[in-house]
Design a protein around this ligand. Structure first.
Ligand code: HEM
Length: 186
């Protein structure tokens, strides 16, 4: 997946999910009530990663920095700004994880943990269930979009690797992956 395709895919999926002004207002409006809960979610997140044998070594010597950037990332989910800078930021987050050679499956899996922890926090502070449902509905649109973009970075990296190894043009590789070998030449 090239950078241009990633951006287009992001815009299409944002439209498909219907992430719009209502979600933006709902999430920014909810931030003051949930922000106190976010540091605990970050702490739990890194405690979980630290207990996992295959992941603990990634955290050595940089836990405090990681916690700070992770907390900023969590807050940004409620920023109401889900345009180009959001796309570029998530792509960088993906690239950082590609660079450390973290298997993308881990990112997919731990996003689930974050979804559950955020839902619990929302339920805790919302005035009624209907509000919690609405806030969580908006939040998962943003989180799932973020995860898609993080995965785009992995896809871009795979595309570049295949290009380097085979010398095939990136556009052709992308097409082969998208439509399958059988119909790529047509
Ligand atoms: C939902 C999943 C995850 C999110 C949202 C997330 C978020 C972030 C963010 C915002 C950064 C800072 C990026 C930057 O420097 O601009 C980061 C860096 C990092 N993350 Fe994650 N992360 C996730 C999963 C993981 C997992 C599973 C690990 C495994 C231990 C991990 C390890 C790291 C490390 C080691 C860095 C620093 C890399 C470097 O600066 O060289 N992350 N992450």
């Amino acid at each position: 997946m090239s950078h241009t395709s990633s951006r287009q895919a992001f815009l299409s999926m944002r439209e498909f999910l219907g992430l719009g002004p209502e979600d933006e207002e709902r999430l920014t409006g909810f931030l003051p009530r949930i922000e106190d809960r976010l540091p605990k979610i970050t702490d739990r997140f890194y405690a979980l990663l630290g207990r996992e044998e295959q992941l603990a070594h990634f955290l050595e010597g940089r836990l405090e920095t990681l916690k700070r950037t992770h907390l900023e990332w969590l807050r940004a989910l409620f920023s109401g700004e889900y345009g180009e800078p959001f796309f570029e930021r998530q792509l960088v987050v993906g690239q950082v994880h590609v660079r450390i050679a973290l298997d993308s499956l881990w990112v997919d899996a731990v996003m689930n943990v974050l979804r559950r922890d955020l839902l619990a926090a929302i339920l805790d502070v919302a005035v009624e269930e209907a509000e919690a449902l609405a806030v969580y509905g908006s939040l998962v649109k943003v989180m799932d979009l973020a995860l898609m973009v993080i995965n785009f970075a992995y896809n871009e990296h795979r595309l570049q690797l295949i290009h380097q190894v085979t010398g095939m043009p990136e556009a052709l590789i992308e097409r082969l992956i998208r439509v399958g070998v059988g119909s790529a030449g047509s």
